[in-house]
Design a binder for this molecule. Structure first.
Ligand code: MN
Length: 407
């Protein structure tokens, strides 16, 4: 088994040079990668190329892919620390190494992607570290909404942001005929997966397929830099790859257990990526720095809103509504959208009340519990009843009545 590679990168139709994406194809080492840099003042371009160089050097030195990507992370941080204009730059990294035994091991950080085309199916291997993807996983957005979400290009994890980066690993047991696509979001934000799959089905030559994918993204608008690497698995001698990639064999073997799911992150042979992800706060990336302060602000607003809601909903008031003495739950007029709700419409009519009692209720009598509101109503009812009894007594007294007016 060996890999035949096609590759293409393009600045797109909407961006100025330089192209902030970078790609790496090294057949001899069995190393293939795409990186999508971000940051002002050439920062994006510097971040992606710095990461690629460090990745290549680390893999050449025998590092497993996870360590090599960590090394790339450190390299971007070091480079930014030496130049004020590069501060805050970062890059995605989706890198594949062909390890011993015909396993392709993909290390991944950010929102570039790896896909597998196999037997007519087309499967996304990597999970995006992006705001919208997290919202989709949390059930806040559908996949369709995510595709058009205005913040779909915000990444939540990238190289160059924090000294430690959680690298996701995805092993794929390659079979002859498989085609693996690595791409930056300049491709996937422009054309849908089914369109990508169709091009990969139609174009058998990997280089022609890579070029057609980039052409299609440009035809759809080319809003971003576009980078694709197409890896075809064919029969043949892989050369010295197996020996050089022994470093990843330790990671691959446990995950390559029977029925290992394609695309499932490796849960063995090192820190578990999923658990790592949950432990760590994911604040980094393109506009990720904004998330770092937006999230606390949102939290404070949510807490404040909750507190107001709690206050608004635990209060009761009594007033005249629809000519009846009525108990409401909530705050008169509502508070931040917490509208009062009618709790009880009593049989006491406004007409039964004295002028003083009515004006008292017009101002809304507030209570901290329903019992207290009901006590108030009971007292009011008592007064009304007393007055009725009084007036009933009064009416039994002989009352002089005026004689009917004579016509
Ligand atoms: Mn991009």
């Amino acid at each position: 088994m060996k890999l035949v590679v096609g590759e293409q990168t393009d600045v797109g139709r909407a961006r100025e040079e330089p192209n902030e994406d970078d790609k790496l194809v090294d057949d001899r080492m069995g190393l293939f990668a795409v990186a999508d840099g971000m940051g002002g003042h050439q920062g994006g371009e510097v971040a992606s190329s710095t990461a690629m160089e460090a990745l290549r050097a680390a893999v050449a030195a025998g590092a497993p892919i996870r360590d090599a990507i960590s090394r790339a992370n450190e390299a971007v941080i070091e480079r930014a620390a030496g130049d004020d204009r590069l501060r805050g730059m970062g890059t995605t990294m989706t890198a594949a190494t062909l390890a011993a035994g015909g396993t392709l091991l993909i290390g991944h950080v950010g929102d570039s992607r790896a896909y597998l085309a196999r037997d007519g199916t087309f499967t996304q291997i990597t999970e995006d570290h992006s705001l919208v993807e997290e919202m989709v996983r949390g059930g806040e957005l559908t996949a369709e909404q995510a595709e058009v979400h205005p913040q779909r290009n915000i990444v939540t994890r990238a190289l160059g942001i924090e000294p430690a980066v959680a690298v996701e690993l995805y092993p794929i047991e390659l079979r002859n005929g498989d085609r693996v696509l690595l791409c930056s979001d300049g491709l996937t934000s422009m054309i849908r997966p089914d369109a990508i799959a169709a091009i990969l089905r139609q174009e058998t030559d990997p280089q022609a397929a890579a070029e057609k994918l980039v052409d299609a993204a440009n035809a759809a608008g080319g809003q971003d830099n576009i980078t694709v690497v197409v890896l075809d698995v064919v029969e043949g001698d892989p050369g010295p790859v197996a020996a050089t990639r022994a470093a990843d064999a330790a990671v691959v073997e446990p995950a390559a257990a029977p029925e290992a799911e394609v695309g499932a992150p490796s849960d063995e042979g090192g820190p578990t990526p999923r658990r790592e992800r949950r432990r760590r706060f994911r604040g980094a990336g393109r506009v990720g720095r904004i998330l770092l302060w937006v999230l606390p602000v949102v939290l404070v607003i949510a807490l404040g809103f909750g507190a107001v809601g709690w206050y608004a909903r635990r209060t009761y008031y009594v007033t005249i509504d629809d000519q009846r003495v009525t108990v409401f739950k909530g705050v008169p007029g509502g508070l931040l959208g917490w509208d009062p709700t009618l709790e009880q419409r009593t049989t006491l009519r406004a007409n039964d009340l004295t002028e003083a009692e009515r004006s008292d209720l017009d101002d809304e009598k507030r209570f901290s519990s329903r019992e207290k509101a009901e006590d108030f109503v009971a007292v009011l009812r008592g007064k009304v009843r007393d007055r009725e009894a009084e007036s009933a007594t009064t009416t039994t007294l002989p009352v002089p009545t005026a004689p009917p007016a004579a016509p």
